[in-house]
Design a protein around this ligand. Structure first.
Ligand SMILES: [Zn+2]
Length: 240
């Protein structure tokens, strides 16, 4: 039994190691991430923030709604995670919100519905996709929020943040640090992170986030960060 466990551990470690090596290799080539973690049958929920009458923030130059940017990146992420073998659940797939009517309290009903979808999917994690907006137009780059008391959420945020920092470094943007946040989507049962992909308050980030090629790289960064977190998890399994 012990030998079987050890063999299973070695196989899983090799599989994840191979997937990561392949993912990093593809990333270096700027190619889409296409790895397989089929054996693990892990599900992930992608939450495209806002929708419908709640458009979120608006691009300072493009005037594009955050809800549209979030959904575009969420679809790219869905494809890459499905290609990698994950079972993917999305909280929304249309421009509309998750509330039934726009009667008062729609935002609360929208968030409640997101929570229900996330909880019932019983996923490995929830990836909530948003865009940042600061009063100052100078701020740039990605910023990932995690739940303070959740170790997995913290590590996932750190790994995605590292990838986003590498991506934005190529645009001359200095590294940001992942942060603990006290948001609704971080108070779910499954581990979750909020990925603020860039600042719609900055004209350069706004332009980048309006480009499909750059958004594909954002999605790649999130996938690579997730795979790195899974690898760390497997390595800490006690194989006695
Ligand atoms: Zn938002």
């Amino acid at each position: 039994m012990k030998k079987l466990k050890r063999t299973f551990f070695v196989v899983i470690t090799l599989l994840v190691g191979y997937c990561l090596a392949f993912a990093f290799c593809l990333r270096a080539l700027n190619a889409p991430v296409a790895v397989s973690v089929q054996a693990a049958k892990l599900s992930v929920v992608i939450d495209a923030g806002h929708g419908g009458v709640d458009g979120g923030v608006v691009g300072v130059s493009t005037k594009r709604k955050e809800s549209d940017v979030n959904l575009a990146i969420a679809f790219m992420l869905k494809e890459k995670l499905a290609d990698a073998g994950f079972l993917v659940v999305m909280t929304r797939t249309t421009e509309g919100g998750l509330y039934d009517t726009t009667a008062p309290g729609f935002k609360r009903r929208d968030m409640q519905k997101r929570k229900e979808i996330c909880e019932s999917a019983n996923p490995l994690c929830v990836l909530s996709v948003h865009q940042n907006f600061y009063p100052s137009t100078a701020s740039r780059g990605g910023q990932v929020f995690y739940r303070k008391d959740d170790e997995w959420s913290t590590r996932l945020a750190g790994n995605i943040q590292a990838e986003l920092n590498t991506l934005y470094k190529g645009e001359g943007v200095k590294a940001r640090k992942e942060m603990a946040g006290d948001y609704y989507m971080l108070r779910l049962t499954p581990p979750s992170v909020i990925v603020e992909c860039g600042f719609l308050s900055n004209p350069k980030d706004d332009a980048l986030l309006n480009s499909s090629a750059f958004c594909e790289k954002i999605a790649d960064s999130i996938v690579v960060g997730l795979l790195a977190t899974i690898k760390n998890t497997v390595n800490t399994v006690n194989v006695g």
